[in-house]
Write a new protein. Structure first.
Length: 364
């Protein structure tokens, strides 16, 4: 009997293979479906988170706008508060300076009263000596009378010319023509004759001439004028001391004072630098001026208004490093509204053991 042939790939085997493959496909399909559901759920969660974040961004933008508006209001309030604080500080400084001026005036008056009392006592003693000597010695009485006249002159002025080398610093700037700034501007544009005839300028030249006429015998002197620059009024005498006993020289200097034309700004630093340039330094400085300087060592490029604070800074720079052993006697013809000037110049005179005078309009 012929044996039956065995086939490896029979129908049953194919069924098993197909069933296994179908099971694999079904399993993959189920897994893919589950994965898709999971992705969908995650996508929905992400969409919800994105929506939440967008809402938070919108809310943050609104808050940012509110914060910016608040910041602007705060900046505005800060600027306003700073402006108010600056005004208050300026007012406080002005009141302090005014109070200091009053204090300085009070101290100056007390000092002057004490000097006046001493001068009165000296005059009484001179009078008694004069009455006693007039009966027996006429020449001696005449000498005592001259001494009394000298004492009387110091009693009136309070300015003592005591140095051996006396330097007069004479302010010849435009502001020396009047106490009022408006009038100064008007006079500045006038002709030379009108400027020299200005009442305040006449007072200034009279004071400078009076100082020259009262120089002690045997002393030396020099008169420097200053505005934006500084130099001797008598040409060709830079750095030289002139003899007070030389009547011709004194006459030349007096004529030079009368010929000065007031003009330009005021540089105190250049005036004091010129004083320090002498080989033999002065032992007394008489400063005739009307207020705080309007510039430093060099004039500004453009003409402009110079405020009180800047002028005070120019003054401080000018007197910084000044030799306190040289007395500075200040004769101040103040400008209207220049409140800090008397206090500053009084402080300069006090620091150098000089005198400070604000003369009346009929002095000397």
């Amino acid at each position: 009997m012929k044996r039956r042939r065995v086939e490896i790939f029979s129908l049953s085997f194919l069924d098993v293979i197909c069933c296994g493959f179908g099971a694999v496909i079904l399993f993959y399909t189920i897994i893919s479906a589950q994965s898709g559901i999971e992705r969908t759920r995650k996508a929905e969660d992400l969409s919800a988170q994105v929506a939440l974040l967008e809402e938070q961004v919108v809310a943050g933008a609104k808050n940012l706008v509110l914060l910016r508006n608040t910041l602007r209001r705060t900046d505005s309030e800060t600027v306003s508060a700073s402006s108010r604080a600056t005004r208050l500080i300026e007012e406080l400084q002005a009141r302090r300076e005014q109070s200091a001026i009053y204090d300085a005036s009070t101290l100056a008056k007390r000092d002057r009263i004490e000097r006046l009392k001493a001068d009165v006592r000296a005059l009484d003693a001179s009078t008694r000596r004069l009455e006693a000597s007039a009966k027996t010695d006429t020449p001696k009485a005449e000498r005592t009378g001259a001494a009394r006249a000298t004492a009387s002159r110091r009693y009136i002025t309070g300015l003592s010319l005591r140095g051996k080398r006396i330097l007069v610093l004479f302010d010849r700037s435009a502001s020396m023509m009047d106490d009022d700034l408006v009038q100064v501007i008007r006079l500045r544009n006038s002709n030379d004759a009108v400027r020299r005839a200005a009442p305040k300028w006449q007072r200034a030249t009279d004071i400078a001439g009076w100082v020259v006429s009262q120089l002690p015998p045997g002393s030396q002197f020099q008169v420097y004028g200053f505005n934006e620059t500084a130099g001797p009024l008598l040409t060709g005498t830079t750095g030289q001391w002139l003899s007070a006993g030389d009547a011709e020289r004194r006459g030349q200097v007096t004529a030079a004072i009368d010929a000065v034309l007031p003009q330009g700004g005021t540089s105190l630093v250049n005036a004091l630098r010129a004083a320090r340039a002498f080989v033999q330094p002065p032992d007394q400085i008489i400063l005739i001026t009307d207020g705080l300087p309007t510039q430093g060592a060099t004039p500004p490029a453009l003409r402009r208004y110079v405020g009180v604070a800047e002028r005070a800074r120019f003054f401080d720079e000018a007197v910084r490093g000044i030799n306190a052993s040289i007395p500075v006697d200040v004769v101040l013809l103040p400008m209207k509204g220049d409140v800090p000037a008397p206090h500053r110049f009084w402080g300069l005179a006090r620091a150098t053991k000089g005198s400070f005078i604000m003369p009346s309009k009929d002095w000397p």
